[in-house]
Design a protein around this ligand. Structure first.
Ligand SMILES: Cc1cc2nc3c(=O)[nH]c(=O)nc-3n(C[C@H](O)[C@H](O)[C@H](O)COP(=O)(O)OP(=O)(O)OC[C@H]3O[C@@H](n4cnc5c(N)ncnc54)[C@H](O)[C@@H]3O)c2cc1C
Length: 380
């Protein structure tokens, strides 16, 4: 397997690296402190072609391969994980509508999503349906040429700031996953409102919000795919999303490692830089080794053909390993900085707070291990 980057991939990675250094990294601390959603940065990412990265060119996308996408997320996450996560969710919606949407839906939403004129969000989870997504209860009842939606969704990344919501709702009561369908619901539709914004440990630049549907009527033409295909569509979107979360985790871990390495060279104790102590050297060596392993797993997962069972397993492996690695690396980066790591003078405590959620969302790492085991063993 060869992951030497071609010219286009190197150019895009370098462009995003410069963009992150100029437009994101200098502001990330302030966005974290003020829970600021950087809308203007998303507009800029639209003009850079990052809002429809893997979407076909005929709908205004960049038609990039998924490995290039992973490089982009890795670079952005070095600056601010929340921004990278918002972009990943957005691209998940753009890509899903391009893949599963009707011609009319593609014309209506994909072009504007890919241009960054609209922002997308993904709404599967509910208070009682997290890992067990198939048990969701939000109801979409067919009435003539419309669906009437009632229920509450939780944990929606970019909730409130997004314009287009890919909603998974129940069209058949009591039929498990086969009774779930996908819909596009636009912000501003009567009966669709926003509830509480979560107060989180980290990822403060990425709003996470509750969605409330009270007799919200949408045209039947907003259904994506056939009735009953909703969970299949959602899980397929998550397969690509998981590779991106793996790439984001690698970016955060790399940034934490570099901060720890540079600090260890400067900080003097007992008359020597702490980088001369073997305990610190081994921590840095372990960080670098595990980041490299995580990066290769992410690149391999990104290179698998989308939609295959093999791709799903590799996406789960990449997400699980990279996010566990990032949690370990960011925690150890705080340790290398000692007390300075625990306060906000350095970004490592933010990296640690931010990256924790990567072990939880887009399927917890326990669920990733179930996906991997099922792929290895079949049904047992
Ligand atoms: C910041 C943030 C952003 C999010 N963004 C979105 C979003 O945009 N859209 C969206 O739909 N959702 C989103 N989520 C929801 C997220 O995907 C869920 O939190 C996640 O799937 C876990 O569900 P849960 O929180 O209900 O945990 P639970 O499912 O209640 O799990 C609790 C614990 O039990 C474990 N567990 C559960 N089932 C099993 C099992 N069978 N075997 C072993 N262990 C198990 C879990 O691993 C976990 O450790 C977001 C969450 C957060 C925190």
């Amino acid at each position: 397997m060869n992951f030497d980057l071609n010219e286009e991939q190197s150019e895009i990675r370098d462009m995003v690296r410069r963009f992150t250094e100029q437009e994101i990294t200098p502001h990330a601390e302030e966005w974290d402190e003020q829970s600021h959603f950087p809308r203007a940065v998303f507009e800029q990412m639209g003009s850079l072609g990052l809002m429809g990265m893997t979407t076909p060119e005929e709908y205004g996308g960049g038609a990039l391969d998924r490995l290039t996408g992973a490089l982009v997320y890795e670079e952005l996450a070095k600056g601010d994980m929340g921004t990278a996560v918002g972009l990943s969710v957005h691209n998940m919606i753009t890509g899903t509508l391009a893949r599963f949407g009707s011609e009319e839906q593609r014309e209506r939403w994909v072009r504007d999503l890919a241009a960054g004129k609209l922002q997308g969000a993904f709404s599967l989870s509910e208070a009682e349906a997290g890992s067990d997504a198939a048990s969701l209860q939000c109801r979409a009842e067919r009435q003539g040429d419309s669906y009437v939606i009632n229920g509450t969704k939780l944990w929606v990344t970019s909730g409130g700031v997004a314009d287009v919501y890919l909603l998974m709702a129940r069209t058949q009561p009591g039929t498990g996953s086969a009774g779930i369908s996908s819909f596009v619901v636009e912000k501003g539709t009567p009966g669709f409102s926003f509830g509480k914004t979560e107060r989180k440990m980290g990822l403060h630049s990425s709003p996470t919000r509750e969605l409330i549907f009270e007799n919200c009527v949408i045209p039947a033409a907003n259904r994506v795919g056939e009735e009953g295909q909703g969970l299949k569509i959602a899980l397929s979107s998550l397969d690509s999303g998981r590779v991106n979360i793996g790439a984001i985790a690698v970016g955060v871990a790399q940034a934490a490692f570099e901060t720890a390495r540079d600090y260890a060279r400067e900080r003097q104790q007992f008359g020597h830089p702490i980088s001369s102590f073997q305990a610190i050297q081994f921590m840095l060596a372990d960080m670098a080794m595990k980041i490299e392993a995580a990066r290769l797993l992410v690149y391999e997962a990104a290179s698998k053909p989308e939609g295959s069972r093999e791709a799903a397993m590799h996406a789960a492996m990449a997400k699980c390993f990279a996010t566990d690695t990032a949690m370990e690396v960011t925690t150890n980066a705080v340790q290398v900085l000692g007390g300075a790591g625990y306060v906000r003078d350095y970004p490592v405590e933010r990296y640690m707070r931010d990256v924790k959620v990567a072990q939880i969302f887009e399927g917890t790492n326990q669920i990733q291990r179930i996906v991997i085991a099922r792929a290895l063993l079949g049904k047992v």
